[in-house]
Design a protein around this ligand. Sequence first.
Ligand code: G1P
Length: 291
Amino acid sequence: MGIRKAVFPAAGWGTRFLPATKAQPKEMLPLVDKPIIQYAVEEAVNSGACEIIIVTAVGKRAIEDHFDSSFELEHALAKKGAETLLAEVRAISELAEISYIRQKEQLGLGHAVWVTRNLVGNEPFAVILSDDIIDSEVPCLRQMVDVFERYGGSVLAVERVPRSEIGSYGVIAATKIADRVYRVEDLVEKPDPADAPSNLGIVGRYILTPRIFALLGETRPGKGGEIQLTDGLRALLREEPIFAYEFEGRRYDAGAKIGFLKATVEMALKRGDLVKEFAAYLRRLDLPPEQ
Ligand code: G1P
């Protein structure tokens, strides 16, 4: 059956990265030399979802330009004989079929997903939050598609999160039904750590059935005055089973400064063209004493 379509909410202000995001989308910040959102689009494509829907807003033009073909640049690279770069730049515009839709008001993640209802139509689809970069052998979304095909309901990616950080996540109450697979019993958006129903936090990968759209249309603002996807899922749970999947792989929260830095360092260390010199540099660093 598979999943053909993947929705990428990318309309947020990126306030955690100001001033870098004052005049450029946070999705375009590079990890080494590739913008954050490209990692996520590649993950979707490598998981079989080749129809990409990006939810944008004012100030996000650079995302469209990035995935478009750039005649001038390609011409200049060809003239210089920079064949490898030329192929790389071309490949980006051929990666997937991408549609863009504007979220006119930033009313929350649930609303950002809801605005794609006509583009997605009546079929199960993926939602990818590109802030969460997941480095894994099998793409995270591909792992989730396998769970979806086996269990036949919406699937949320989850990870065990330290108690002190659980208040930054949607959190599930769930029963384990197989290795890494849970049946969701309840969900709560960013609970007080003392009230969190578990330490299983939702990370930015979802496979959703299209019923979610009608329910998001009726979802009232919740935590932070925003229309929360988690609240829409809670309504969905009353009608359909929802599963959670503890994915295999390493996640970086590239939407936070510390996560972005960790991702940058670790990704650079995986790069054949950089590892030798960069590792030598890190080894020589005179680090401040632990506090
Ligand atoms: C969103 C969701 C939250 C989820 C998180 C994963 O929150 O609302 O349920 O756990 O993404 O990254 P945000 O990080 O956008 O505040």
